[in-house]
Design a protein. Sequence first.
Length: 64
Amino acid sequence: MRVNGKEMTLGNSQSLLQFLEVNLFDVTTLAVARNGEIVPKATYDVVMLDEEDTLEVVRFVGGG
């Protein structure tokens, strides 16, 4: 699997939410694209990841 341009091993089958939590991402402040498509936050727990997936995880940053 590729995450933000880096190769990672997925290991066991897991949902997007599980992956994000295990890798210490704060799911309240980010957006995720899987294979080029934005994943709605409401589906993070049901979207199952695969070794062939490509994820782009982007964090929201406030400022002015």
